[in-house]
Ligand binder design. Sequence first.
Ligand code: G6P
Length: 426
Amino acid sequence: MENITLNLDGSFISKQEMENIKSEIIAAHELLLNREGVSSDMTGWIDYVDRIGDEYEEIMSAKEYIKDKCEAFIVLGIGGSYLGAKAAIEAIRGDFHNEIEKPAVYFAGQNLSGSYLKKLKEVVSNKEICLIVISKSGTTIETALSFRVLKELMEEKYMDESKKRIFVVTDKNRGALKKISDLNGYKTFVIPDDIGGRYSVITPVGLLPMAFANLNVQEFLNGLKSGAEEYKNSCFDENICCQYAAARNILNRRGKEVEILVNYEPSCISIAEWWKQLFGESEGKEGKGLFPASLNFTTDLHSMGQFVQEGRKIIFETTLNIENRRDDMVVPFDDRDFDGLNYISGKPFSYINQKAFEGTFMAHSEGEVPGIIINVPEMNEYYLGKIFYFFMMSCAISGYTNNIDPFTQPGVEHYKKNMFSLLGKR
Ligand SMILES: O=P(O)(O)OC[C@H]1O[C@H](O)[C@H](O)[C@@H](O)[C@@H]1O
């Protein structure tokens, strides 16, 4: 079977540099798997897929329940409580999926914009809907406020039946969301204590929205399983998580400050958004960490390509290369060849996109921008599960190697404290 592969040929990293860092990486990997590193009580994601148990059946029966009742559903959540589901649904259902497939999927609770919420209410008011409210802490203000508004809408629309159309994913015991859920009898799913927000896409946080959106959850779990199995290998030369973590740390130590995750498929843009939270919150602490950024090519080659090519040499690029595309188009032949493009008529767009990638990679390499390539055979649920797992494992190894705790996010509280005090919270 084809597999996810890592190509470091354009990374400007020598064999010797890899050799030198090997022992540190292996030690970090070992700490992680033996659960001996800092915050080891937050490493439940490593084997969650083997412990999922009844949760899977319950997700499937919730999906069955809403199947004929919903034209649309809204996922309320922020950060780790929505990015993974959004990434998965967009990557699998593809561009314009809400116009093409039912149920349509909307997101709320990820901002404080009244205008966004008002428009969303207008969009869904004539549709049959249900809600999935996701918050591990159960107290996040963006999600809680949006839930206030949409709960009211649900109650006006469905009265008592609204209780059956609201699904909650939260902590087992704690938080306001848990309380309100118990009070109203909403169907509730649990985010395990030992899995933090940005590692939670593999729990009901990601799985419930994926199931409602008709993604093949079993295949996603198979991908996770395959990742868990393959990436526990402690042989550096056989484990691409170890190699990717090594490459990032080598480049960082050499003075690179920004890692850009690049993709060439618009439907994969949100994978990069999920990845940014994963690496940003995990590694950005104690004055350390690579700044995780993302660019979408070829679109952004026409805006940011200049900087990557000739700007400050603080960047390296990691390309998510989807090798086979399911849908494609062929360039039509034109009798008059008014744009001079007949020389590529008959060629699939995927071929041209691939050549754009190769040309860009060469150009950036000539501009001394190190390039890492992660090859994904195709974008389906299986490889999506595996790539999520690949990034989570790589991130934890990378964080331990850099001597930080990859499972906390103390800095995020700072803005919240100020905001609450400005709002007059007592
Ligand atoms: O799931 P919640 O508790 O609502 O948290 C949602 C998000 O917000 C927080 O501020 C954290 O920085 C994130 O790590 C988390 O994913």
